[in-house]
Design a protein around this ligand. Structure first.
Ligand code: GAR
Length: 207
């Protein structure tokens, strides 16, 4: 059984897709053991509690410095002892130590086709604003492993979504979520739970 820790900051629709995937059996042999939000008002925390999942808020705002926040965060991760950490719209930079200890066991969902519209400053609605500004015809979402960079780790799955002439950042965000994110995040977890994802030389192979 793959034990999953999900980290969230906002609405938690991707978290919900994982909860639903496990409930429906499209994700097998996996269990969410804990949800951590950096934001006390995150609706994701309500989603977790409704599903009966242990959920807690660890906010950098509630610590006097970054080091203390990291310490608390690492303790909460260690307590949960996950096999996989899923960043589902988590807008906080992870402690370096966590990335080292959990190498190739942390995944992130990003709302574009990496390497387009990613990196520092590209998150949430901003990603879709930039895609529309550039006039791309196709965008999408990416699930990747997390390394020391921002959105630079090995890519596991991507799905393309067509941009429509009358799209707004909001309409595009919604379609990218529905058509790509809520599908490929559960799919990636199912592949990992099945032991089918290998990383070699910075690239993912799916068996
Ligand atoms: C999602 O669109 C996710 O891809 C994005 O934040 C949103 C969270 O929504 N993540 C990033 O931009 C990370 N760089 P949700 O809370 O409803 O899942």
């Amino acid at each position: 059984m793959l034990k999953i820790l999900v980290c969230v900051s906002g609405g938690g629709t991707n978290l919900q897709a994982v909860i639903d995937g496990i409930a429906k059996g499209t994700i097998e042999n996996a269990q969410i053991v804990r949800v951590i939000s950096n934001n006390r008002n995150s609706y994701a925390l309500t989603r977790a509690k409704t599903a009966g999942i242990d959920a807690l808020c660890i906010s950098p705002k509630e610590y006097s410095d970054r080091e203390q926040f990291h310490e608390s965060f690492l303790t909460a991760v260690e307590e949960a002892a996950p096999d996989l950490i899923v960043l589902a719209g988590f807008l906080v930079v992870l402690p370096q130590k966590l990335i080292e200890v959990y190498r190739n066991r942390i995944i992130n969902i990003h709302p574009s086709l990496i390497p387009s519209f990613c990196g520092t400053g590209f998150y949430g609605l901003k990603v879709h604003e930039k895609a529309l500004e550039r006039g791309v015809r196709v965008t999408g979402a990416t699930v990747h492993f997390v390394d020391e960079g921002t959105d630079t780790g090995p890519i596991i799955l991507q799905k393309a979504v067509a941009v429509e002439a009358d799209d707004t950042p909001e309409s595009l965000q919604q379609r990218v979520m529905e058509e790509a994110e809520w599908q490929i995040l559960p799919q990636a977890i199912q592949l990992i739970a099945g032991g089918r994802v290998k990383v070699n030389d910075g690239k993912v192979r799916i068996d």
